[in-house]
Design a protein around this ligand. Structure first.
Ligand code: HT7
Ligand code: ZN
Length: 868
């Protein structure tokens, strides 16, 4: 497949002011008639008569130009080429598609008896021939008809302008979207749906009808989604000055979907996972995820739809910015400190490994073969961090002036990342020349920090930054990095004043004011910059920061650092008996101060109690050696982490028991309830390592008495890792209770695939044979196999059987759903950073996939990048 390059961008030589579509709908046969008005694009100099309309797997028998049959057309690799004689024309084309055969879930597909579309990034070309690129904006008028009994509800973008009945049991509806849009934002839904509805009144007093459409049996679980939508609409008015611009906002939930949701203009399509929530079936984290994704898609109405992207290389323009917007919203809804820690945890678990591996790319990539492979944690989450840094440097108010200018300048346009940066420079008064490197250079910068007392009353801190080599990029320039810092005093406990410093050089020294005689540097507070800080710090300093820092993120970070230091050294076999004991003692001491600190709420306490994940430790182990000689040993990491849990459970048994007793009976709706639930499960998980019998009793009781999914799932998670009869009993009880509820049965699969049980691999094999398992539903596939690929103990099994299992999944899934299959490649792509025996086994699996005939473009691209 050809490589598409950012530098080759050319505007489309034609404009398409109007698009009329007519759909005659059927599950296994749908006819699509498109009527395009086209004109030469006055902004290009092309005089070629050729009009290229993209197509993918579709055909037409006839092309009509200006109302008459036309012969001068041909096909090129799926695209339709028409040679047009004049300056403006109408082009009419008919295509026939079979939605029921569309297992890739791109274009028009069938899900649970309904019809639904997914057009981003290049799905529209699977429906009809069109210039399927984000810089061609058109106004759409759509008529659809179909059997009324199968499809009583007919939805499209914009407003419904007419409807009626046919005389053969069919009905029809006509929709008009007044806002010009690119084809990727087109959507159509037809099905037997019911809505939960409530109007929203905008700041200018307009009433917007808001609907959440679901299958009848799911209606009772939609209140949270609808309320989240209202909260998002209000927040965007207040925080970014953005008002909604149609009188109707529809959200539809579907059970077969490749991603989380899609921001189609006025008609969002959602994975049911991000719509349905009630306390009996959804955890606290699920509730937050629904709120966050509803907000994300709503915010796209401005950052993505009103101002869209010029080409797919600019994806982070809409995604990075919109992730930042949804993060800020969730910080305001759920609490800033905990949300920030969670977002950093996600970044470190998903994006840092990507940036350190074969799939590393800048937030604005330079080339791709298949754009679906670039909906990545880098484009989304690192993209958000980069814009967050601009906001940190500007301050919230000036940043808002920058975003106002951006929206004003580019409303109705297809813009670039460069347009965004320039608007922030002009509106917020920043100078971002060097900062632009964040858009060009991949790799997580590392900052080596050293310090010495200066001559006066300052601490001289020296920063040495490097940006690692990544595929296709070497010898990178220094980054412009803002860092919030403060210097505390360990002796007096005095906390220094926070200041923002900006690094711009490979090496620089900055003098920071002291707060007392024993300085302790608190650095990258609030995780101001997405970088790795490396420094030699006394363990006592970390214990001090963990217990006393006034920045909650810095406190969390100090605890993580303490645990990471110990675990990496232990897994690398660098510690003798005494060293091991000392490392565990330090972590236990820090834990003790957290368990008893009255200033912490339980939500924050629960956050601080989470040990670094095994993925994070993998990165820390493989990345802690700049020469790249030290490799990660996932099974050693796993063993040491379990031993540390055991040590905490044994050493702090009394404290943990008394904390459990404090939180055990806090009711579900109590303001402290959420935090209590988090702490409870953390404690049970620690006891699972130190006293499995006690943990089984505790978790069984929690499971049996639970009046909500958070407690039930937490308890079952603990039980799943135990070799105890309570495990099978509760798994069966859970299954029986929720049989038929797809989202909860997904949890049942995930809990078993993620479990700490030594037989996890054979459990997953058995589950793949379960009557409820199918390769056709992406949620179900992910619930079993993505969970398993994230379970180091199973995935990294000594004999390579975990790798084989994932490679087999990729090969089986690729012909069904290439996009989802390609997402399973990256776990195998870590082979270069792992010890040599496992590296060989992983690489062999990638090679086995690479030589398979007929691979999709998606999987081929990811596998070849991973082997390069
Ligand atoms: N903008 C949406 C992207 C998306 C997508 C991309 C490829 C294939 C399927 C997809 N479904 C949704 C999601 C978002 O970021 O809001
Ligand atoms: Zn998005």
């Amino acid at each position: 497949p050809p490589v598409i390059r950012r530098e080759d961008y050319q505007p489309f030589p034609w404009i398409v002011p109007q698009t009329e579509l007519e759909f005659v709908l059927g599950i296994d046969s749908t006819r699509v008639t498109s009527r395009l008005t086209i004109k030469r694009n006055p902004e290009t100099e092309s005089i070629s008569p050729e009009l290229r309309l993209n197509g993918d797997g579709i055909k037409t028998d006839m092309v009509m130009i200006d109302g008459a049959r036309f012969g001068d057309w041909s096909m090129d690799e799926g695209d339709l080429l028409v040679n047009l004689p004049g300056e403006s024309h109408t082009v009419e084309i008919v295509t026939h598609i079979d939605p029921s055969a569309n297992t890739a879930l791109m274009g028009l597909f069938a899900s649970n008896g309904m019809l639904c579309t997914q057009c981003e990034a290049e799905g529209f070309r699977r429906i009809t021939f069109f210039p399927d690129r984000p810089d061609v904006l058109s106004t759409y008028r759509v008529k659809m008809s179909g059997p009324k009994d199968l499809f009583p509800i007919l939805l499209c973008n914009g407003n419904k302008v007419a409807e009626g009945d046919g005389n053969d049991g069919t009905h029809w509806a006509e929709w008009h979207d007044p806002w010009p849009k690119p084809s990727y934002l087109f959507a159509l839904v037809a099905g037997d749906l019911v809505a939960n509805s409530a109007p929203f009144t905008t700041q200018s007093g307009r009433e917007v009808e808001c609907n959440v459409w679901v299958r009848e049996e799911d209606l009772a679980r939609t209140d949270h989604a609808l309320q989240s939508l209202h909260r998002s609409m209000k927040w965007d008015e207040e925080t970014f000055g953005r008002e909604y611009d149609l009188d109707l906002y529809n959200i539809v939930a579907v059970s077969d979907f490749n991603m989380g949701a899609m921001e189609n203009k006025g008609l969002n399509v959602f994975n049911t996972k991000y719509v349905l929530a009630d306390p009996d079936t959804a955890t606290d984290a699920d509730f937050d995820a629904v709120e966050g994704v509803i907000a994300h898609e709503y915010f796209h109405n401005w950052s993505g739809n009103r101002v869209t992207c010029r080409d797919w290389f600019q994806l982070s323009l809409k995604e990075g910015f919109t992730v930042l917007r949804d993060q800020l919203f969730s910080q305001d809804m759920q609490g800033e400190a905990v949300k920030r820690i969670e977002d950093v945890r996600i970044l470190r678990a998903a994006q840092f490994p990507e940036d350190a591996g074969p799939l590393a790319h800048p937030i604005r990539p330079d080339s791709y073969r298949e754009i679906s492979n670039f909906y990545t944690a880098t484009v989304y989450n690192k993209g958000a961090e980069v814009i967050r840094m601009m906001r940190t440097m500007a301050g919230a108010e000036d940043f808002r002036a920058g975003t106002d200018l951006y929206f004003d300048r580019h409303d109705g346009e297809a813009a670039t990342c460069e347009d965004f940066i320039t608007a922030i420079e002009d509106g917020a008064g920043l100078e971002l020349a060097q900062f632009r490197r964040w858009y060009r250079q991949a790799g997580t910068p590392r900052i080596e920090v050293s310090q010495k007392l200066g001559d006066g009353d300052g601490l001289d801190v020296t920063f040495r930054q490097t940006v690692p080599d990544t595929p296709g990029q070497k010898n990178k320039g220094a980054m412009h990095i803002p860092l919030r810092v403060a210097v505390h005093c360990r002796e007096t406990g005095a906390l220094g004043e926070e200041q923002l410093i900006e690094l711009r050089h490979d090496e620089q020294t900055i003098s920071l004011p002291l707060a007392g005689p024993v300085p302790v540097l608190s650095i990258n507070r609030g995780f101001t910059a997405p970088v790795i800080i490396e420094r030699e710090l006394e363990s006592e300093d970390l214990v001090f920061l963990a217990a006393k820092d006034d920045d909650p993120f810095a406190r969390y970070e100090a605890l993580q650092d303490l645990a990471v230091r110990h675990l990496v050294a232990a897994a690398s076999r660098e510690l003798d008996q005494a060293g091991r004991a000392e490392g565990k003692r330090l972590v236990c001491d820090a834990f003790r101060s957290i368990l008893s600190d009255p200033a912490l709420d339980h939500s924050m306490r629960g956050e601080l109690m989470m040990l670094p994940s095994e993925t994070y430790l993998f990165e820390a182990m493989a990345g802690s050696d700049p020469a790249g000689i030290r490799k990660a040993e996932p099974l050693e990491i796993h063993k040491e982490r379990e031993q540390l849990k055991t040590a905490i459970g044994v050493t702090l048994k009394r404290e943990l028991e008394s904390l459990y007793a404090q939180v055990a009976d806090i009711p579900y709706d109590d303001p402290a309830g959420r935090g209590a639930r988090k702490v409870k499960t953390q404690i049970a998980a620690l006891f699972a390592a130190s006293d499995p019998e006690r943990a089984a009793v505790m978790a069984s009781r929690q499971f049996d008495q639970a009046d909500n999914m958070t407690d039930r799932q937490g308890a079952l998670m603990v039980l799943c890792g135990l070799q105890h009869p309570a495990r099978e009993e509760r798994l069966q009880a859970f299954y029986d209770r929720y049989q038929g509820n797809a989202l909860v049965i997904d949890k049942w699969f995930t809990l078993q695939a993620l479990s700490l049980h030594p037989e996890v691999l054979s459990h997953v094999k058995t589950l793949a044979e379960h009557a409820d398992f199918t390769m056709k539903n992406p949620n179900r596939v992910r619930s079993l196999y993505m969970a398993f690929a994230g379970n180091p103990q199973g995935f990294h099994a000594q004999d390579g059987s975990g790798y084989r299992m994932i490679a087999d999944v990729i090969l089986a899934l690729d012909p069904i759903n290439p996009q989802t299959a390609a997402r399973f490649v990256s776990p195998l792509g870590k082979w270069r950073r792992i010890e040599s025996v496992k590296a060989g086994l992983m690489k062999a699996e990638l090679e086995r996939i690479a030589v398979t005939e007929g691979l999709s473009r998606d999987t081929f691209e990811q596998v070849s990048r991973s082997l390069d």
